[in-house]
Design a protein around this ligand. Structure first.
Ligand code: NAD
Length: 523
């Protein structure tokens, strides 16, 4: 690919999805899953400055539907590896920060093509490691490619930036230059798209990265890293360091030479990172930047004038798609009084049809990610029994393979201030809240510390406009589900405790990974 091909890229468009109801597509997916199953259990190394490193302690990544099945064996980066990783990333920064935008874009596009060539295989890995059903895995891989293609184009656009005006008698330039070494710390739940999106946003803008994937999903990150190497990644531009949050994660955030932290995960960890990054440590010569995308307590408002079929369907898939393990998942549905009872009946009927079983067999609801998640969800179900009326579910589901299953659970008659209406559960638990009016529904929706996604089902343009003004969330959806943000169309990031509103997949995102140098030359 030469420079003119890069600068004449076709406009960005979202990656299409597979149709798994097509017999041939289904057969190919089953075959790919069988092929990937034969590769489970391989060992992967840390890669620091191109050097492969083994550690005494290992991370075992498992299939949540069958915890005895090891998906990958990984080294465990510890705090003591932070200095090595930083040295390698700083060294690589010297040359990577001086490459042209065109060179970096070319690299990102090469990675994108390689991902495309292994698309279904990546879906299969996500199914084994994260418990994603086929469509969820497809969405993760598609979003990953979308991020790369979008950020490649955005980097070129940013490179053409100009000052708002030209001062008479001067030549004015504005150059967006890289920051330095970034710690990239992704969650396990979009272990390809978010991990790769944050990493490549940093890389395409000329930074170097210390990548610490989640201990629950290091294998898909290792495969992504191997694709970076295949695409010609220079040593040290990305350093692959899976490790525990409290160990390596904390150490790399605190490192005095970490220039920025790109984090997606829970509120608690995000706030800890924010606090740690605010401390100026000996030898530190800059104010660290944090890009934090955190949790949610996302609400859907169902107005009395809605299309009830659409509302029931939208709530069911928003709440129970991938078992509610999405930051955007609906965990509160706020229903106007006059349709409350009929909505509850219809929702219970719909959610009762959800089938649970192994993601590999493409059941709609697979296993939760791990035992900790099961314990957390069951704890909230117990709390919910004292806070609402159990409408459906409420139980752990046993399986022959000891998978981490919890039944889709709905509580009705929940008070807006109840714990299950305020705290992020991050599992298949939905609170139904009654509202006397649409105005009250909006007040209830806004009454949490979060502000990530929300949706409204109503046929009234006035109500939709009111919600557009008053519903305080980063991503608002009208008459559609509140999950499934598309790169470019729905720049993604939340208000309040849901993060720094960094808007992944939006036109402002790459700015967060750069600083602007203004240059004025007297003519
Ligand atoms: P988590 O906060 O437990 O972990 C996220 C990452 O942080 C992991 O890599 C983890 O190892 C690391 N980590 C943990 N403790 C750390 C520490 N003290 N210092 C540095 N790093 C540390 O979150 P999770 O369980 O992986 O993901 C689920 C959470 O992520 C949910 O709250 C969900 O809402 C949120 N999420 C948000 C978005 C968004 O775009 N806003 C997207 C996906 C997930």
């Amino acid at each position: 690919m030469n420079t003119s091909e890069i600068t004449s890229l076709p406009p960005f468009s979202n990656h299409p999805y597979f149709d798994f109801t097509d017999a041939e597509v289904k057969r190919r997916m089953q075959q790919t899953l069988a092929e990937v199953e034969n590769k489970l259990g391989l060992e992967y190394d840390l890669v620091i400055g191109g050097r492969r490193v083994k550690t005494a302690e290992k991370i075992l990544s498992i299939n949540p539907a069958n915890p005895s099945q090891v998906v990958g064996r990984h080294q465990m980066a510890e705090a003591e590896h932070a200095d090595d990783a930083m040295t390698a990333a700083l060294k690589a920064f010297e040359s990577w920060s001086r490459t042209t935008v065109a060179e970096r874009v070319e690299f990102v596009l090469r990675v994108s093509r390689l991902l495309e060539s292994r698309y279904m295989e990546l879906c299969a890995w996500l199914t084994f490691e994260a418990g994603k059903n086929w469509a969820e895995a497809d969405a993760d891989v598609g979003e990953c490619i979308d991020f790369l293609e979008f950020y490649a184009r955005e980097a070129l656009r940013l490179d053409q930036a100009e000052t708002p005006i030209k001062f008479p008698g001067e030549r004015n330039q504005l150059r967006y230059v890289p920051l330095g070494v970034g710690a990239v710390i992704p969650p396990w739940n979009f272990p390809l798209a978010i991990m790769a999106g944050m990493t490549m946003a940093a890389v395409v803008t000329g930074n170097t990265v210390i990548l610490k994937p989640s201990v629950d999903s290091p294998t898909i990150a290792a495969i992504f890293f191997s694709i970076l190497e295949e695409a010609g990644l220079p040593d040290g531009v990305v350093n692959f360091c899976p490790g525990a949050g409290p160990g390596f994660g904390r150490a790399i955030v605190a490192h005095p030479q970490t220039r920025f932290v790109a984090f997606t995960g829970s509120k608690a960890v995000g706030l800890e990172i924010h606090e740690s990054a605010a401390v100026t440590r000996p030898g530190q010569r800059f104010i660290k930047r944090t890009i934090l995308e955190l949790g949610g307590k996302d609400a859907i408002i169902v107005a009395e004038d809605c299309d009830l079929d659409a509302a029931v369907e939208g709530v069911a898939v928003s709440a129970f798609g991938f078992n509610g393990q999405k930051c955007s998942a609906c965990s509160r549905v706020i229903v106007e009084d006059s349709i409350y009872d009929v909505f509850c009946d219809r929702l219970r009927e719909r959610v009762a049809t959800i089938q649970q079983g192994p993601a590999v067999e493409n059941f709609y609801a697979g296993a939760l990610i791990n035992q900790i998640a099961v314990d957390r969800v069951m704890k909230y179900i117990e709390i919910g029994k004292g806070e609402g009326r159990l409408l459906l579910g409420g139980d752990k589901i046993e399986s022959e393979t000891n998978g981490y299953y919890v039944a889709p659970t709905i509580f009705a008659d929940v008070a807006p201030t109840a714990r299950i209406a305020q705290e992020e559960i991050f599992g298949p638990v939905l609170a139904v809240i009654r509202a006397k009016s649409f105005i009250q529904a909006l007040e209830i929706a806004n009454n949490t510390e979060y502000g990530l996604t929300g949706a409204v089902y109503s046929k009234s343009p006035e109500r939709l406009e009111l919600a557009s003004r008053e519903f305080q969330v980063g991503n608002l959806y009208l008459n559609r589900k509140c999950t499934g943000a598309m790169v470019g169309a729905h720049p993604f990031g939340g208000f309040n405790m849901s993060g720094t509103d960094s808007k992944a997949g939006g036109a402002d995102y790459l700015l967060l990974f750069t600083q602007a140098k203004s240059i004025a030359e007297r003519l």
